[in-house]
Design a protein around this ligand. Sequence first.
Ligand code: DX5
Ligand code: ZN
Length: 222
Amino acid sequence: MAQNEQGIRRIRIAPSLLSADFGRLAESVVGVSQTADWLHLDIMDGRFVPNITIGPMVVEAVRKTTELPFDVHMMVVEPERFIKAFRDAGADSLTVHYEACPHLERVVGQIHETGALAGVALNPATPVEALVDMVDELDLVLIMSVNPGFGGQAFWPRAVDKVRRMARLRGDRQRPLIQVDGGITLKTAPLVKSAGADVLVAGTAIFGSADPGSAIQQMRKG
Ligand code: DX5
Ligand code: ZN
């Protein structure tokens, strides 16, 4: 498991901007800047997933409102076309989907060449064992606990076992960090944490709460 110097595993909370009020994006981001660890930005192209969200221009605009690391989740076909654009817009980590990359090893190399951290996301139907030959090259593995495309969906319980299997695959190494995304609430967070997750992404449970800052703190502790 990924542990700090004291041997205590550090849990990072990454609010997903998808559930923020897009009419007041800057305010929403400032509201979580003191308590969150990363900001998760969902990029959807209307092809890999049946929804369209934001592009590099919006990421660049949001970049000016916070110092939080930007964790960019690309739900995009042929993501290699946009790696540089999102990195230039301010991404610190870039996560591409396994299912969108026939030449995954090359795409991960392209991400590293930009100086960003590289992540790979797995849809519910893709087993973690698909990454057995890539583990050493990855900074992050994102286990989807819903089918990607929309916020506010119910947590897919089998994701807990996938997190456990991914933790086993990683063994004693510190990397890749294991991230879980979709349906994370105060109820489901403890399940994935005890299975070995390091980074929890949550949209509705944070931005849908009356006090996003305290929702983050509760999720980190609980
Ligand atoms: C879904 C996105 C998620 C989404 C999570 O495709 O990747 O990041 O925002 O939203 P909640 O936490 O509401 O399930
Ligand atoms: Zn996401």
